[in-house]
Design a protein around this ligand. Structure first.
Ligand SMILES: [Fe+2]
Ligand SMILES: [Fe+2]
Length: 301
């Protein structure tokens, strides 16, 4: 394996404007989300900032872009359509992989196909978006999970479900036996305690057990809009579990940092796969994209 494969990790771009908020899709959750967007987040998440970061990843010739959900805000068909067009500007389906977030699968769509519009970017056949999906990209295998479900007002949580976790376990074991570099993509924090209950997945403890017993080389998530590295011990070695900051934050909001994305380079050191994490993003509001940090991931002693 040569040191040339790089995976860019983007998350929580929350593209605007909100389009298609027509009476058919009105309900309390979407009204609250609409007010929240216009009073708080609209001035923070800027599409042009996300575009600036995507252009940077392309300029650096990232081999693939993984996006861990929350592309939109109220999960409306109009927004999801617009996000599909944005995805096309980020790259072809063979260069970009997406898993949905709670703002993508948000509330009832009365039978509309919703995020199935992104099926080509989610790995399966064009007519399905079954999860987990598997995509082989160079030396890496991406395993895409869907943690998002339609929720009620005040609930930003999610659930994988026993079936999805069971299939993920089989995939991780089989791919691990094959010696693949397994990268798990999920929107919500995958471990217990990384989010308060109303923002967490209900089955994080079950997923953690699967990771411990089946192993993975890297787990990437979003949702919290805050960068965080956590390690999970597993049968195949310590797994770095990495949360990304939003890739569209054009100004500091609460404790969320400015827009950033991760660039992971995989390389062999002896028998082991090592991962270099480079964080790139804005140092100042309106500024250029710069390198914010660079580290070779190293588990704590
Ligand atoms: Fe988000
Ligand atoms: Fe989220």
């Amino acid at each position: 394996m040569t040191e040339t494969f790089t995976l860019a990790h983007f998350t929580d771009v929350h593209l605007s404007p909100i389009t298609g908020f027509v009476p058919r899709y009105w309900n309390a959750k979407r009204f609250a989300g609409f007010v929240n967007w216009h009073t708080k987040r609209r001035g923070v998440h800027q599409r042009q900032t996300a575009d600036q970061l995507i252009a940077d990843a392309k300029m650096l010739r990232a081999d693939h872009i993984a996006i861990t959900g929350d592309l939109v805000n109220l999960g409306l068909p109009g927004e999801i359509d617009a996000a599909a067009r944005w995805l096309a500007t980020a790259g072809q389906p063979d260069g970009v992989t997406v898993v949905p977030g709670n703002h993508d699968i948000y509330s009832t769509l009365h039978g509309d196909i919703g995020v199935a519009r992104w099926a080509n970017y989610m790995g399966g056949d064009a007519d399905t978006h079954a999860f987990p999906f598997v995509r082989r990209i160079g030396p890496v295998v991406l395993i895409g999970l869907n943690s998002a479900i339609e929720t009620q007002l005040g609930d930003a949580g999610g659930r994988l479900g026993a079936d999805q976790i069971e299939v993920a376990r089989d995939l991780l074991e089989r791919l691990g036996d094959d010696g693949a570099i397994r990268v798990v993509l999920i929107h919500h924090p995958p471990l217990p305690g990384l989010a308060p209950p109303r923002r967490a997945i209900a089955d994080a403890a079950m997923l953690q057990r699967v990771l411990e017993k089946s192993g993975a080389e890297l787990v990437l998530y979003g949702h919290n809009h805050k960068p965080l590295l956590t390690w999970v011990d597993s049968v195949t070695g310590p797994i770095p579990v990495i949360g990304g900051g939003s890739a569209s934050g054009s100004r500091v909001y609460k404790n969320d940092p400015l827009a950033r994305y991760n660039l992971f380079t995989f390389f062999k050191s002896g028998d082991r796969v090592r991962i270099r994490q480079t964080v790139r993003g804005l140092e100042t509001s309106g500024g250029p994209v710069v390198k914010l940090s660079e580290t070779v991931l190293q588990p704590p002693d």
